[in-house]
Write a protein that binds this ligand. Structure first.
Ligand SMILES: Nc1ncnc2c1ncn2[C@@H]1O[C@H](COP(=O)(O)OP(=O)(O)OP(=O)(O)O)[C@@H](O)[C@H]1O
Ligand SMILES: [Mg+2]
Length: 272
C-alpha cells in the first residue's frame, strides 16, 4: 500500500525522558550529544523584550529521534536555531558533542555546524535551475572537496533517499516530496551527526508526508543518525521515539513513545 499511512497509531508508552538535573556534571555533559542547561533567549524589540525561551534544559543522546511540538510562537524554531548553532542563547549553557558552543564566535559556530549538522527546511531551499546532483554537491563545495569525489558522495546520498533516477532533474521538474528528499540528501551528504528539520512536511500533502517520514524513520533505524524535528502534526510526531512539547518558551512535557514503524517497502524508490 504505497504512500498510505500504515494504519498503526503509535502506542503512547509514556516514560518520562531523562532530562532532569539529577545526573548532571561535567562527565555527563561530555557524553551527551546535545546538553542544554537553563537556556534562555530574549529578543530586544525596541523597548519590548520577547522571552522566546525561558530556562530550557534538554538533553538528547546519539541515535534519538525527537519531535518538538507546541503552539505557534512557543519557541520551537528559536530552540532549533540555538541547537543548530544558527543562533546563541542569551543565558544558559549549551554543549554539543561535549563542546561548549554557547560562547563561540560566528566563524567557529559555522565550522561546528557544517561538521555536525544537516538541515532540512519546510520550503526545501533548493537552488532553482540546478540539478538535484549539483544541489546535493553544494555543501561539499563549501567543504572544499574535489569535483569527482563530490559527485560520488552526492550520487550515493541521492540513492539513499531513493532518487537515483532523478539526479539530473531540476527542482521544478520534481514533485514536492522528491524535492524534500533532495534536501534530505543534501543534509546527509556531509555525514553529519544530527539532522535538524523544522517542519519538514509542512509544505507536503499527506501521501508525500508519509514517504518523507518513512525515510526519516528508516535513516534513524538503519544508520542511528540523530534526528531532531519540529512539527505541528501528531501523525508526523508519531514516527519519533520522543516528543518534547513547548509552550511560552518552556518545555511543557518530554515523553518517550513507541515510534510508528516505516512501511517495509520503500515508497521512495518506486517510480512516480
Ligand atoms: N528574530 C526575532 N526577533 C524578535 N522576536 C522573535 C524573533 N524570532 C522569534 N521571535 C519571537 O519569539 C517567540 C518564539 O518564536 P519561534 O519562532 O521560536 O516560535 P515557534 O514555536 O517556532 O512558532 P511557529 O510554530 O509559528 O513556527 C515568538 O513570540 C516570536 O514572535
Ligand atoms: Mg517555527
Amino acid at each position: 500500500m504505497v504512500g498510505q499511512l500504515d494504519g498503526r497509531a503509535a502506542t503512547a508508552i509514556v516514560v518520562p525522558a531523562d532530562h532532569g538535573p539529577a545526573d548532571n556534571g561535567a562527565a555527563d555533559l561530555a557524553s551527551r550529544l546535545v546538553a542544554m542547561e537553563g537556556v534562555s533567549k530574549v529578543y530586544a524589540m525596541g523597548e519590548q523584550r520577547v522571552h522566546a525561551l525561558r530556562d530550557v534544559s534538554l538533553r538528547i543522546d546519539r541515535g534519538e529521534f525527537v519531535a518538538i511540538m507546541g503552539a505557534s510562537g512557543g519557541g520551537k524554531s528559536t530552540l532549533m536555531n540555538i541547537m543548530g548553532c544558527l543562533d546563541r542563547p542569551t543565558a544558559g549553557s549549551y554543549h554539543l558533542e561535549g563542546r561548549d558552543v554557547a560562547g563561540l564566535g560566528d566563524d567557529e559556530l559555522a565550522v561546528v555546524r557544517n561538521r555536525l549538522i544537516g538541515f532540512v527546511f519546510q520550503q526545501f531551499n533548493l537552488l532553482p535551475r540546478t540539478s538535484a546532483l549539483k544541489n546535493v554537491e553544494l555543501p561539499l563545495i563549501y567543504a572544499g572537496m574535489r569535483p569527482r569525489e563530490r559527485a560520488v558522495h552526492a550520487r550515493a546520498a541521492l540513492e539513499t533517499v531513493g532518487l537515483g533516477d532523478r539526479m539530473d532533474h531540476q527542482p521544478s521538474q520534481l514533485s514536492g516530496g522528491q524535492q524534500q528528499r533532495v534536501a534530505m540528501a543534501r543534509a546527509l551528504v556531509t555525514t553529519p551527526s544530527i539532522i535538524m528539520a523544522d517542519e519538514p512536511t509542512g509544505a507536503l500533502d499527506s501521501r508525500t508526508t508519509v514517504d518523507v517520514m518513512a525515510l526519516f524513520r528508516r535513516l534513524n533505524q538503519d544508520t542511528r543518525i540523530t534526528i531532531i524535528m519540529v512539527t505541528h502534526e501528531e501523525d508526523v510526531a508519531a514516527y519519533a521515539g520522543r516528543v518534547v512539547r513547548m509552550r511560552d518558551g518552556q518545555v511543557l512535557s518530554d515523553e518517550r513513545q513507541e515510534p510508528r514503524r516505516a512501511p517495509r517497502q520503500s515508497p521512495a524508490s518506486e517510480p512516480v
